[in-house]
Design a protein around this ligand. Structure first.
Ligand SMILES: Nc1nc2c(ncn2[C@@H]2O[C@H](COP(=O)(O)OP(=O)(O)OP(=O)(O)O)[C@@H](O)[C@H]2O)c(=O)[nH]1
Length: 595
């Protein structure tokens, strides 16, 4: 006889409940059991590990007995050990069906400063327990907080358990693809770190995920792999879950005898764990099969004891399905009043389930929305930080550029200043060259007569005197011829120096020809000029003359600027006087004739 049980959605969601509880418990227990190797660190540690191990392999009461024995010694425990103790106990409370107390214990633990691994453990266990007990907001909050923990994958088995929980939770709220994605990550992690227990848990969840989206072949494959891993780790709980889940798959596949054989193994196994929700789920699954086979008595026998467990754990979908089955049995037996009661109970349970399902999706969406919103906020903040960094970098570059420009500008100004100073120096040099005679550094011909003009104008204006002396070295050609031009040059320079010394700074002295000099004496008359000439002759002939110097004499022509006379006219007269001095035997001075 065909079953007309609850909707597929009801059945699927109901199945989740038991699986989730079992897997939660399994996950935490598995993690806690891991530090067996540290038993030698002390009796407390060893007993704590024993309690954790018992949580996997025995009914929860056995591990709780160990915890109760350890409780008086909690004061000597480390923070980490206390956290593990609390987590095992919280898990036991949940296994015993007291979700509220279990979750309160986890919340308390999360408020304390505990190692990161314990935080991850507590969040994973809390998320699972909250989701299983219909506290979806809290469940997804804890799940997302755990998933957001940095460096998650370094926690290996813990991370694998968390990802497998995420896999289950997302499948539960209608996101099976996301669930599969998390599941594959969890499988990879479990394989990578060779954790059989992790593999056992995640394969079971992946079996569930595939089953609810109708991929029975894949579901079966995951369940079978999971069963192998679970048997290896003596995990009675998950082994039992997988067995009755596989049996349900066989039923769906039409292998009813195979399914029954598996149920016969799974139910006693579940009963041995003492976990009421798991036992009730196994009974319901089996009852589906017996309903299909028309074994009404067996259906009643299986389902009736499960009703209270479903009601207590608010597994409304399962409860609805159970009442549906019992209602059908009652109809077939002609007990119509009883059937009506069951169908009414089914309707009520379905109503509860619809509310629950809506709440579940809403909770997921709220947390998901909140998370996405926060992610967007974080992304926005990151973007703002990036922009600020870019701006700061741009400002730094601008400041650098400004400095470079300033330095470059200063260097340019300096180079220009140097170049200008050099140009000015050169200009002054060339200017001086253009006015002086390079050999003697006396005024050259042009400059001398310019200055003479100016001096003449000045003395005329001031009503003072001005005399001029033309001096020409005697027989200079012979000096050159006898001693060479270099000596001749030296004679010219020496003569110039003596001229300057004798006539003093007020006199204008110029070299106006090869060996011919002109001296203008402002404010001086002929007698003073003659006196100086005499001094000069003595100096050249006497004291100043070195023994190696060739004998040098000069002939002089002296003239005084007459009233109304131009400097040129004065010069001509002085020239004539010089000519006379030369002709009169040289080495002498002649006065120019007055006009
Ligand atoms: N070493 C040297 N010789 C110069 C320079 N300028 C002109 N002389 C020489 O001066 C000599 C001038 O010779 P002259 O004009 O014959 O005159 P002098 O030999 O002095 O004879 P008198 O003037 O008649 O006494 C020439 O031999 C020129 O070569 C010069 O700058 N350096």
């Amino acid at each position: 006889m065909a079953s007309s049980g609850p909707t597929t959605s009801d059945a699927v969601s109901g199945r989740c409940l038991i699986i989730a509880i079992l897997v939660t418990l399994l996950g935490v227990t598995g993690t806690l059991a891991a530090p067996w190797a540290r038993a030698s660190q002390g009796d407390f540690e060893a007993r704590l590990n024993e309690a954790a191990e018992l949580n996997i392999t025995a009914p929860w009461r056995e591990s709780q007995a160990v915890l109760d024995e350890l409780r008086p010694r909690l004061a000597e425990a480390t923070i980490e050990q206390r956290a593990r103790f609390e987590l095992i106990e919280a898990r036991n409370l949940i296994l015993a069906g007291d979700f509220e107390a279990g979750l309160a214990r986890i919340d308390q633990l999360l408020e304390q400063p505990i190692p990161t691994a314990q935080v991850l453990r507590a969040r994973t266990l809390g998320a699972n327990a909250a989701i299983v007990s219909r506290r979806y907001n809290r469940g997804f909050e804890l799940l997302n907080a755990a998933l957001a923990m940095p460096g998650l994958e370094q926690y290996e088995q813990l991370a694998s358990e968390l990802l497998s929980l995420a896999s289950y939770a997302y499948a539960l709220v209608g996101q099976p693809e996301l669930g599969l994605e998390y599941g594959y990550r969890a499988i990879d992690l479990a394989r990578e770190h060779d954790t059989e227990r992790g593999l056992c848990v995640v394969q079971q969840r992946m079996g569930f995920n595939n089953k609810i989206i109708g991929r029975y072949e894949q579901a079966r494959h995951h369940y079978e792999s999971g069963l192998e891993a679970c048997e290896d780790t003596n995990d009675e709980l998950v082994s039992g879950i997988i067995q009755y889940s596989l049996a349900d798959l066989l039923r769906l596949d039409g292998d009813l005898e195979g399914a029954r054989a598996l149920f016969e193994q799974a139910l006693p196994r579940m009963e041995a764990t003492g976990f009421p929700n798991g036992i009730a789920e196994a009974r319901l699954y089996w009852a589906r099969l017996e309903n299909e086979l028309g074994n009404d008595e067996k259906v009643t026998e299986l389902v009736t004891p499960a009703l209270s467990a479903f009601t207590e754990s608010q597994a409304w979908d399962y409860l609805a399905e159970a009442h549906q089955l019992l209602g059908e049995v009652a109809i077939r037996a002609g007990r119509h009043a009883e059937a009506l009661e069951h169908f009414e109970a089914r309707l009520a349970a379905n109503q509860e389930f619809q509310d629950l399902d809506r709440n579940r999706r809403l909770a997921y969406l709220e947390v998901e929305f909140d998370t996405r919103f926060k992610e967007q906020e974080i992304e926005l903040l990151r973007e703002q930080t990036r922009v600020a960094q870019l701006e700061a970098e741009t400002q730094r570059q601008n400041a650098r550029l400004r400095w470079i420009s300033v330095i470059f500008g200063l260097l340019l100004i300096l180079a220009l200043a140097l170049w200008l100073a050099r140009a000015l120096r050169e200009r002054r040099h060339f200017h001086r060259l253009s006015q002086t005679d390079g050999l003697t550094e006396l005024y050259n011909h042009t400059r001398f007569f310019e200055l003479l003009e100016e001096a003449a104008a000045r003395v005329r204006r001031d009503g003072k005197e001005l005399s001029i002396v033309l001096a020409d070295i005697d027989h200079f050609k012979q000096v050159n011829d006898r001693f060479g031009h270099l000596v001749g040059d030296e004679v010219l320079r020496h003569t110039s120096r003596v001229l300057k010394e004798v006539f003093g700074p007020s006199a204008l002295i110029g070299r106006i020809g090869g060996e011919e000099f002109a001296i203008a004496l402002p404010d001086a008359g002929l007698s003073e000029a003659a006196e100086r000439v005499e001094q000069l002759r003595k100096r050249l002939a006497g004291a100043d003359r070195r023994r190696t110097d060739p004998p040098v004499t000069l002939s002089f022509g002296l003239a005084r600027l007459e009233t109304g006379e131009s400097p040129e006219e004065m010069r001509i007269r002085a020239d004539e006087a010089l000519y006379r001095a030369k002709n009169s035997g040289r080495n002498r001075a002649e006065f120019a004739q007055s006009t």
